[in-house]
Design a binder for this molecule. Sequence first.
Ligand code: CAA
Length: 381
Amino acid sequence: MRIELSDEQRMIRDLAREFAEKEVMPIAAQLDREGRFPHETVRRMGELGLMGIFIPDRHGGSGADTVSYVVALEEVARACASHAAVMSVNNSLVCDPLLKYGTEEQKERLLVPLASGKGLGCFALTEPQAGSDASNQNTTAVRDGNHYVLRGRKLFVTNGREAAVALVFAQTDRAKGHRGISAFLVEKGTPGFLVPKVEDKLGLRASDTAEFLFDECRVSEAHRLGKEGEGFKIAMATLDGGRIGIAAQAIGIAQGAYEASLNYAKERKSFDVPIAQHQMVQWMLADMATQIEAARLLVLRAATLKDRGEPYGVAAAMAKLYASEMAMRVTTDGIQVHGGYGYIKDYPMERFFRDAKITQIYEGTSQIQKLVIARHLLDLR
Ligand code: CAA
């Protein structure tokens, strides 16, 4: 398997790095402090082609590949994990399924603006009783002629307040269990589609995470994505791709934390020498760099399999599991290298640490990734 980036992939990574360093890094701490959504820089991500990287040009995207997507996403996360969350949900969880399952009309009407960054998308699967147990959906979509009426609640929807369109999963036939779940593209402003709450979070404070309420929300058949009953498979297949993105996000966070720690260790003195000269600090830096590199290889492997059209769900679960656990270890050690300065908000370390935590939770917890991997190893599906 090739691990060298092509010229085009390198160019996209460099473009993302330049944007992230110049336009995102300087504002990341303030956005985090204020819990403010970065409208201006998200708009810039659209202009730069970062919101639909692997979507073909004719559908509004950049026409690149998944490898380009993950290397760009890592660069953005290195500067600000919130921007990376906005970017990954739009690319992986909305544009990708629209491309795979959307009708030509849905692609024209919804994919083009989302992939070109003129609007944002979000993915509404989780419910109060359906987190890891995602098929335990209570939201219903009851057929009424050529319409459906949606009723129910969705939780923890990244981009939820800002998104123009939500991919919503609901039971169209409860008796059929997961085979009775269907997917719907519901546009903001549709009567009965309410956003009663935006969460106050530990990390990713510049991205919004919302609750949705569907109160007799009517959508036409043309809003259904895929066939009736195909929703759970769409959700699962979409999350396979999403997990590659979250793994890349985790690597970007860890890379940012590692670089901050390396620089700090060269400057900070104790016992008359820079702490980088103490072997115990060197070991932490060596462990950080090695684990980041290992995670990067797993992500590139999963992205390459996806680009080749080969099965990639297990590779994606392995990449996400390893990268998110690694990001938590690296940011924990990063705080240790910084000592007391790692614990205060004058330095970026505590933000990296808070932002890393969610990568072990969303788009499938570490425990769910292990379950996916183990089921594959033991042939249990
Ligand atoms: N691709 C396609 N189909 C799949 C699939 C995949 N990766 N995984 C499972 N399926 C299909 C199966 O083939 C099966 O279909 P049939 O019965 O027709 O054969 C069906 O789905 C059910 O599969 P399982 O029996 O394996 O389902 P399960 O109930 O045991 O659940 C699970 C499996 C892996 C635990 C799954 O529920 C899961 O991934 N849970 C975690 C959910 C998750 O990641 N949530 C994140 C939400 S998004 C978010 O984080 C917020 C955000 O905004 C970013």
